[in-house]
Design a protein around this ligand. Structure first.
Ligand code: ADE
Length: 248
């Protein structure tokens, strides 16, 4: 019997994965590369769940393992992010259409933000999978959440190995990106790395981030509580709707 290649669901944090684990059937844990990969089914769909870990290299290692060792057919990422776009508020959700590394700078050898030897600064989310994820987020959050109405945005996500925790720091990061023609809605620490790994392997990738802070001086304050109360709930709801829609 051949088993269909699983959908990989990468969570940034354990709290976000917990809800999905509660729904996982035929669960089997496989340790690999110092990580735990959970194989099983979500609402009948074969899946593999993993934690990305934090930062671009850790997330790239996890993504490579999902593809090479576990044969992931598609990779979907759920996590939290700092909102840096106009009108992107705490409790909103951003579905990434493209991913840029805000700390990539090999200038003057290559243009700032360009990933050397790829000719690309932005790695796009897979269009059909991203459209399905966007629709899943809209359906899942139609009635709002613990913080009331949740706007679902779509656009560029900027990743880097830095928790952006200052008004000025955030302003410099965003204005530098804008000067190069990139207008990010959110900042986080993994998405662009996973997007690049998926592009290298030709595996469709999509990501959704719940906005936990505004990447300003108070970004770290309510972070753990937010993840527990809001982001984990959103991740579960969105992935549940997505998995149902992919099974049709
Ligand atoms: N993830 C959530 N908030 C973030 C921030 N302000 N910077 C980087 N990653 C984040």
């Amino acid at each position: 019997m051949t088993v269909a290649a699983p959908l990989a669901i990468l969570s940034a944090l354990g709290e976000e994965q917990q809800g999905l684990m509660g729904e996982l059937t035929e669960a089997q844990c496989i340790p690999y590369a110092g990580r735990e990969f959970w194989l099983g089914r979500l609402h009948g769909q074969p899946v593999v769940l993993a934690l990305s870990r934090i930062g671009k290299v850790a997330a790239a290692t996890t993504a490579s393992a999902l593809i090479e060792r576990f044969g992931a057919s598609r990779v979907v990422f759920t996590g939290v992010a700092g909102g840096v776009g106009d009108g992107v508020h705490v409790g909103d959700v951003v579905v990434g259409t493209g991913f840029v590394q805000h700390d990539m700078d090999a200038s003057p050898l290559f243009p700032r933000y360009q990933v050397p030897l790829t000719g690309r600064s932005v790695f796009d989310g897979d269009a059909p999978l991203t459209a399905q994820l966007l629709q899943a987020a809209q359906v899942a959050l139609a009635d709002g959440g613990p913080l009331g109405k949740a706007c679902v945005h779509q656009g560029l996500i900027a990743s880097g190995d830095r928790f952006v925790n200052g008004r000025e720091e955030s302003a410099v990061l965003v204005s530098s990106l804008r000067a190069a023609g990139y207008a990010p809605l959110a900042v986080e620490m993994e998405g662009a790395a996973v997007a690049q790994v998926c592009a290298d392997h030709g595996v469709p990738f999509a990501a959704v981030r719940t906005i936990s802070d505004r990447a300003d001086d108070t970004a770290h304050v309510d972070f753990p509580q937010f993840v527990k109360d809001v982001a984990s709930l959103y991740a579960l709801r969105i992935v549940t709707v997505l998995v149902y829609s992919l099974s049709k």
